[in-house]
Design a protein around this ligand. Structure first.
Ligand code: ADP
Length: 247
């Protein structure tokens, strides 16, 4: 898609758990080139929506389109192939392996291996080093991942996701549990990547950060989108204030 057109389009998606409708007829576009924020009180459906988009959970109804294709019937790794990357709220690194080994770890899975472009395949080590440099961790490449700070581990995970050359990265709480100076570093890296063409959908509890970082924000409450638009308009929306204060 051209800048400004939808890269990800969630259309009328619903997901129930027993009698609870966690995601209720949600429609949401993430436009190419944006950093789009997804906020909402606890239990509003953010994680469920992420899992529906990446394929960890099937939707009960609705459609999900990514980069011009319908993807809601595809397995998670197929979606990843198409350029849909994600990070997790809690890092999932192999603590005993080196930072560089972690970055190339997705290669161990033959399904991932096939998705690598020729430019990357056979040059994994160089690419890993390049990406670690990009996230500011070049000098830690040969250290044990578990020896890094939590914030640094989040950056390692970002480098790992970048190995898969995603068009869109879903970030789950990039600021969670990270100290303030590391937080600045993480937001700087997100901005740099965005300037280089990566689109982001970010779930984050730190509202000031979301308002600062994102150019579009969608607000969930009770599984529904109650507001969306630029940060300045969303922060003044009475329905949004109500959803947070009433919680
Ligand atoms: P958020 O990420 O915004 O905190 P979630 O998507 O985790 O919200 O949860 C939305 C609602 O769905 C909550 O009421 C939660 O308890 C419920 N829920 C989420 N996952 C499950 C599950 N696997 N089984 C049952 N209920 C779930």
């Amino acid at each position: 898609p051209e800048p400004g057109e939808a890269l990800l389009s969630v259309r009328g998606v619903t997901r129930r758990f027993g009698g609870l409708t966690a995601v209720d007829e949600v429609s949401l576009d993430v436009r190419q080139g944006t950093i789009t924020g997804l906020i909402g009180p606890n239990g509003s459906g953010k994680t469920t929506l992420f899992n529906l988009v990446t394929g960890g959970l099937p939707a009960d109804s609705g459609e999900i389109w990514f980069d011009g294709r319908r993807v809601d019937g595809l397995r998670p790794w197929r979606r990843c192939h198409l350029g849909l990357g994600r990070s997790y709220q809690v890092t999932r690194l192999f603590k005993e392996m080196t930072v560089r080994e972690n970055v190339v770890a997705p290669l161990a899975d033959s399904r991932w291996r096939t998705m690598w472009s020729d430019a990357v395949r056979g040059h994994e080590a160089e690419r890993a080093r390049e990406l670690l440099g990009l996230v500011g961790l070049g000098r830690f490449a040969e250290q044990r991942a578990g020896a890094l700070s939590y914030g640094q581990q989040k950056l390692v995970e970002l480098a790992q996701v970048l190995m898969l050359e995603p068009k869109l990265i879903l970030l789950d709480e990039p600021a969670g549990g990270v100290n303030p100076s590391m937080l600045d570093r993480i937001t700087e890296v997100i901005r740099e990547l965005n300037a280089n063409g990566v689109t982001f959908l970010v779930v984050e509890h730190n509202i000031p950060l979301v308002l600062d970082l994102c150019d579009q924000v969608a607000v969930l409450a009770g599984g529904r989108v109650i507001a969306e638009g630029p940060p300045l308009s969303v922060r003044q929306d009475p329905a949004v204030l109500d959803a947070y204060l009433g919680h």
